[in-house]
Write a protein that binds this ligand. Structure first.
Ligand code: HEM
Length: 398
């Protein structure tokens, strides 16, 4: 049966707001109870496939018959806004299939190796320390979203891209506007102009960074303008996710004080804790694709042009993959989660994200041993289901 042919008994909606910011929505859990692949209904009434089985998700995410090309009219729109602008969304890398994807990704891989990213550790330490100094001087209280979770990745991105120091304010203001959703297209256009000028004036040479790697490389199949667009995609993919990961990770720890106490007692657990928090919070909940051919899998037939959505939050709570998946546990092997996706488009920045998370959380909780929420949990706003999951505000005191 196809997504539209299967008799509708019960159907989960996508997206669905979480009721607790770090728990999967109840509709997604119900979908998982109906089998590894079941139906989901989008805002416009379209029925697509929701994947909740771990094995099926890995097979499908590695299958070249699934496409990420947003220009395909059959690519599912998950919100009304995305539906309106979908055909204008032609992001390189995240929105292209092989063979072009392989070429674009190949250009970036040398800048994201373990060795290159590990070499950033001392600088990330220093940046986290500076962000904390500013916050401590101002507070308490503080909003950890605007005072910590957003400025830290923004400063790391400036460093990674090699934005000269005197341009940091200009650059950070625009990345923050892109992140906050206030005229994101205008902010993105301004960033594009800025990066093209930076390359044109050769000022990027003042700093070593990913952007320098890209614009110095021989043009080959990818033009200079495309490389700037690739850089913007990296910013978009890396900034919002990292800021959300930090805000939601910190909230989860403050809301689970006994787990936080374990980390305070044994700081060697911070690396494992970062990984477990990625699995547990699954901030990118809903990886989207369209089928370009018929595919038989998990007892259903996915037809050409069917939409497919991977429900990461429940995929990462699958009992076939790990015991007690609803328990936060720093002592389990957690690497086989799907928080960074899987297959050809698996997160390119995952090593960087891991290092930022480990350093940021450890420094924050060591520097402020009495850090606690300044408002009742129920009053702290978090992001709606269609966005990357994270906190809108995180009022704290110490
Ligand atoms: C906790 C933080 C992060 C999470 C949860 C996350 C999650 C993801 C996921 C799920 C995908 C796959 C999307 C898909 O298959 O459609 C992805 C792709 C990607 N991520 Fe991340 N990401 C994070 C941080 C970063 C950072 C820090 C960077 C870069 C500095 C980055 C750069 C990218 C890029 C460039 C892609 C596209 C890769 C491709 O299409 O080949 N991400 N990310």
């Amino acid at each position: 049966m196809t997504a539209t042919e299967e008799p509708v008994t019960e159907i989960a909606a996508f997206p669905e707001d979480r009721t607790c910011p770090y728990q999967p929505p109840s509709g997604f859990r119900a979908a998982a109870g109906r089998g590894p692949i079941s139906q989901l209904e989008l805002y416009d009434g379209r029925v697509v496939w929701g994947v909740t089985g771990h094995t099926e998700a890995r097979r499908l995410l590695a299958d070249p018959r699934l496409s990420t090309d947003r220009r395909n009219p059959a690519f599912p729109a998950t919100t009304e806004v995305v539906g309106r602008i979908r055909n204008r969304l032609t992001p390189p890398l995240v929105g292209v299939d092989d063979p072009v994807h392989k070429v674009q990704r190949g250009r970036l891989i040398p800048s994201f190796t373990h060795r290159r990213i590990n070499a950033l550790r001392p600088r990330i330490h220093e940046i986290a320390g500076r962000v904390l100094d500013t916050m401590v001087e101002k507070g308490p209280p503080a909003d950890l979203v605007t005072d910590f979770a957003q400025p830290l990745p923004s400063m790391v991105m400036c460093h990674l891209l090699g934005v000269p120091y005197e341009d940091h304010d200009h650059f950070e203001q625009r990345t923050t506007r892109m992140l906050s959703g206030e005229n994101p297209a205008i902010a993105m256009g301004e960033l594009r102009e800025y990066l093209l000028a930076l390359a044109g004036e050769n000022r990027h040479k003042l700093n070593e960074g990913l952007f320098g790697d890209l614009v110095e490389a021989p043009e080959g199949e990818v033009s200079r303008a495309d490389l700037v667009d690739l850089t913007i995609v990296i910013l978009g993919a890396g900034f919002e996710t990292t800021a959300s990961m930090l805000s939601l990770g910190i909230f989860t720890l403050l809301d689970n004080p006994e787990r936080l106490a374990e980390l305070r007692a044994d700081p060697s657990l911070w690396g494992a804790a970062g990984e477990e928090l990625l699995r547990y919070t699954s901030i990118t909940d809903g990886i989207t694709r369209v089928a370009t051919e018929d595919i038989e899998i998990g007892g259903v037939t996915i037809r050409k042009d069917d939409g497919i959505i991977f429900l990461t939050s429940v995929l990462n709570r699958n009992e076939d993959v790990r015991e007690d998946p609803d328990v936060l546990d720093w002592h389990r092997p957690t690497r086989n989660h799907i928080a960074f996706g899987f297959g050809a488009h698996q997160c390119l920045g995952q090593n960087l994200a891991r290092i930022i998370q480990e350093i940021a959380l450890q420094q924050l909780f060591e520097r402020l041993p009495d850090l606690r929420l300044a408002t009742a949990v129920a009053e702290i706003p978090f992001r709606p289901g269609h966005a990357v999951q994270g906190m809108i505000k995180l009022p704290v005191t110490w």
